[in-house]
Design a protein around this ligand. Sequence first.
Ligand SMILES: Cc1cc2nc3c(=O)[nH]c(=O)nc-3n(C[C@H](O)[C@H](O)[C@H](O)COP(=O)(O)OP(=O)(O)OC[C@H]3O[C@@H](n4cnc5c(N)ncnc54)[C@H](O)[C@@H]3O)c2cc1C
Length: 423
Amino acid sequence: MFGVRETEVLVIGAGPVGLFGALSLARHGVRVQVVDEQFRTAAHSYALALHSSSLGLLHEAGVAEKLIEHGVRVDTVGLYDRSQRQAEMKLSDLSGPYPFLLVLPQSAVEALFERELRQHGIPVEWNHRVSSLRPEERHVDASIDRLAKVSRGYAVATTEWIVEKTQTTRAEFVVGADGHRSGVREALGIPYASEGSAEPFAVFEFHSDAGLSKNEVRVVFDEKTTNVLWPLPGDRWRWSFEWGTRELNDAFRVKDRLAVPLGGESFPHLSEEQLKSLIEERAPWFEGSIHDIDWSMAVRFERRLVSSFGRDRLWLAGDAAHLTGPVGIQSANAGLTEAGELGSHLTRILRENASLNLLEDYSRGRLKEWRRLLGIEGGLTASSKAEPWIAQNISRIAPCIPATGEDFVRLAGQLGLQPESVP
Ligand SMILES: Cc1cc2nc3c(=O)[nH]c(=O)nc-3n(C[C@H](O)[C@H](O)[C@H](O)COP(=O)(O)OP(=O)(O)OC[C@H]3O[C@@H](n4cnc5c(N)ncnc54)[C@H](O)[C@@H]3O)c2cc1C
């Protein structure tokens, strides 16, 4: 068709999941187009750790070592009841070539994926928004708006984004890695059910002389809240506090693209005094100095799951399909697994004429995994080996386990927890 661009796979969304999906396809010579409505990759650390299994996947894609040299290796997750250490999970017991958690900003992971893609001759098409999708039997037509910034006004100039041009891409398959407000999910009419109440968190990244081991992530529970201390490179740390009293709407789940927010401080109430008072109240054992808070934010984490990961020629991965709490970094890491799986299924379908049923299996497998992670079906239950404190806190501990799949089961097993059998 005249004026229509053709590709094998259109990846919508250049977050970590879309970028990795595109990379997985490009490595196998599949023709990919990647578009994102924003103007660049994320500017902050957000989902700041890669699971052991993700590192295995990234190794296969030839990028694990390039990331490992820049991150902090964590081999223990300590579980605390306020100041009392109650239990720990040893990541070093995991099998696989990388038995640890790699703490590294999401911005660094996205930047590396983008560079790798460019080396495969695939530049991310930033400022390109998919505005409609028209699925046909053997392809999908996508309308893609190219956005441009214009200045308006004379005395008081303002800038705004306009649609400069609209193009059509005809793709054999579409990967919807377009985040929690996914338009692909909407076009498919797939429900995105809430699976529990939202958890607002306040996050602070700062410098400290805290003399604590950098090989450990500390998860701290009190009666009502879950809080977590992350070691960052150098003398930096991240505290994330569940912040139950705050009402945050969906706008507080938008990734910044600028390292320094424009228009002043976004969260003026997240001050040094606020951080110190939260530490005193929730983790008085943290005695290090606090200086130079270089990033703070408030964000609301929902728990949601789709009823299907897609159909026919449109398939979902990452936040487009699921959301959970932040502590175990499960959503982004499971998203990488999904991107890798979709990449390999689509390669087999396009190159080896494999059956489209592979994609139905993908959806079934991912739903089963997410029902377990969210405790909907096949969730964790206490065995006779679980300490009473662990047994009492199962539903709070499950989202804090930094793993999915077999590794999730193995780490839970260290605490005396096991998945419920599903009939
Ligand atoms: C403020 C904040 C803090 C966070 N902190 C944590 C944390 O502590 N722990 C944790 O595990 N996770 C955290 N997360 C979540 C984590 O960042 C996500 O799980 C991760 O980014 C999901 O990756 P994704 O690729 O699926 O989606 P995203 O990273 O959301 O990427 C989706 C992309 O799709 C693009 N897009 C959407 N619609 C269109 C369209 N129509 N056309 C073209 N492009 C489109 C968007 O611009 C975006 O770049 C945080 C998120 C935010 C916003």
